[in-house]
Design a protein around this ligand. Structure first.
Ligand code: CA
Length: 220
């Protein structure tokens, strides 16, 4: 299974930059843009690491850190903040942060620091649903003899369906998870992207259309 990182960042521009950078490095990225959503997500599923901004709507990053570490002290959190004062840094470390990176940051340095804190040994970077395999290192989808190189968006969309194999996933959910917030829900970009993936995977494509809902990839 690929590494799964939760990025907590309310500024969409920075979030986008981070999500692309981490995805290009073979990681699966989830995100949250408010404090309460960050807590909910961090406690709600298994992550390998959390990148945490401090100035956030509704609940600040230090409060998020405290709540998450209280329940999951083993989960590594790296604070990524424009606040560079020593008092804030010390507070963050006291609350359990493993590292502290000041904005503006270098993506390469951040990736290097992330790797220091990832504890789970990486056996394989491949996820599967039935005969479909997605390789997060090469960004390749394999199905029987077909090997398809997907665009970043296509890979993320198919990855989301594979990780939720067996579930009917709505267009709205795909739009919000793969394209991000603020995308026009009336847009048909999801259908267009699915068409391109199906074309690349050929006639055996395992993506099913679920009427009035969205799409599904069969499990097992
Ligand atoms: Ca912020």
């Amino acid at each position: 299974m690929p590494r799964r990182i939760l990025v907590v960042e309310d500024e969409t521009r920075i979030l986008d930059f981070l999500a692309r950078g981490l995805a290009a490095d073979g990681m699966v990225v989830d995100w949250a843009q408010t404090g309460p959503d960050a807590v909910k997500r961090a406690l709600g599923r298994q992550y390998d690491l959390v990148l945490l901004d401090l100035v956030l709507p509704q609940l600040n990053g230090l409060a998020v850190l405290e709540r998450v570490q209280e329940r999951k002290p083993e989960l590594p959190v790296i604070v990524v903040s424009a606040r560079g004062d020593v008092a804030t840094k010390l507070k963050a470390f006291e609350l359990g942060a493993r590292d502290y990176v000041e904005k503006p940051f270098s993506l390469d340095e951040l990736l290097a620091r992330i790797k220091v804190h990832l504890v789970r040994p990486l056996a394989s970077n491949v996820v599967r649903a039935g005969d479909l395999e997605l390789d997060y290192t090469t960004r390749e989808a394999r199905l029987g003899d077909t090997r398809a190189l997907l665009s970043d968006r296509e890979f993320r969309l198919l990855g989301y369906l594979v990780e939720h194999a067996g579930e009917a996933v709505s267009r709205e959910r795909l739009l919000s998870e793969v394209w991000g917030y603020g995308f026009d829900p009336g847009s048909n970009v999801v259908d267009g992207c699915i068409r391109r993936i199906r074309r690349r995977l050929g006639s055996e494509s395992p993506i099913e259309t679920v009427r009035n809902v969205g799409y599904r990839v069969a499990a097992g």
